[in-house]
Design a binder for this molecule. Structure first.
Ligand code: GAR
Length: 227
């Protein structure tokens, strides 16, 4: 099997990057993490990648100021150097130009910690708590010019608790992100994601079963019993 060469772009701690690296160690996984790129020299994820012997590069955005195209030319040069075929954004906190996004159309994924199209942008967990939703989750989608939008490949849901803070909800969502992103990358690398009419159809997957209901029904049963 020829594995797809993947770059993970990070800006911070890189826990999703680490989940992808772990998944890609499996012999049958159809992608290899060929490169980790950070736009921040101090990103903690860089050391994590190095600990797994993954090549890393820093393309610092600061010298380019507002010239996003110049920053992206430098980024593209590194991706070319490592013959990267697919790109995964993992907490990569830079907006990308339309040209860069078009160049990678259908080959660049992002993960966002909310059930898109709800709560795009900054502070998605704060947004979810403010809205009072009972279920939140994570979304892996193709990157388009608009941030946190684009055809959805996979989603995972988690319950929101009454006593959640943005931090506790983030931790619960992050847990499923680490399962969801490797799954979505696998599907893409296997060529099973078909874009039809702006929607992703996934070939050869079993229909998902079950329902997450919040609050759980047995909470009510417990109260009935104590009455
Ligand atoms: C993750 O929760 C990811 O979903 C989020 O940033 C975090 C990065 O964590 N991404 C976004 O909010 C994109 N809009 P990580 O560096 O530990 O993977």
């Amino acid at each position: 099997m020829v594995k797809k060469r993947v770059a993970v772009l990070i800006s911070g701690r890189g826990s999703n990057m680490a989940a992808l690296i772990e998944a890609a160690k499996e012999r049958s996984y159809p992608a290899e993490i060929a490169l980790v790129v950070s736009n921040r020299p101090d990103a903690a994820g860089l050391a994590r990648a190095e600990a797994h012997a993954i090549p890393t590069a820093v393309v610092d955005h600061r010298p380019y100021g507002k010239d996003r195209a110049a920053f992206e030319r430098a980024l593209q040069a590194v991706l070319d150097e490592y013959r990267v075929e697919l790109v995964c954004l993992g907490g990569f906190m830079r907006l990308l130009t339309r040209d860069f996004v078009l160049h990678w159309e259908g080959r660049m994924l992002n993960i966002h910690p909310a059930l898109l199209p709800s709560f795009p942008g900054l502070d998605p967990h704060g947004q979810a708590l403010k809205a009072g939703v009972k279920i939140s989750g994570a979304t892996v989608h193709f990157v388009v010019a608009q941030a946190d939008a684009g055809p959805i490949i996979a989603q995972a849901a988690v319950p929101v608790r009454d006593d959640d803070t943005p931090a506790t909800l983030a931790a619960r969502v992050l847990n499923v992100e680490h399962r969801l992103y490797p799954l979505a990358l696998r599907l893409l690398a296997e060529g099973r994601v078909k874009l039809i009419g702006g929607h992703c159809l996934i070939e050869g997957t079993h229909p998902a079963e079950g329902a997450l209901i919040v609050p759980a029904a047995h909470d009510t049963d417990d109260r009935d019993r104590s009455e």
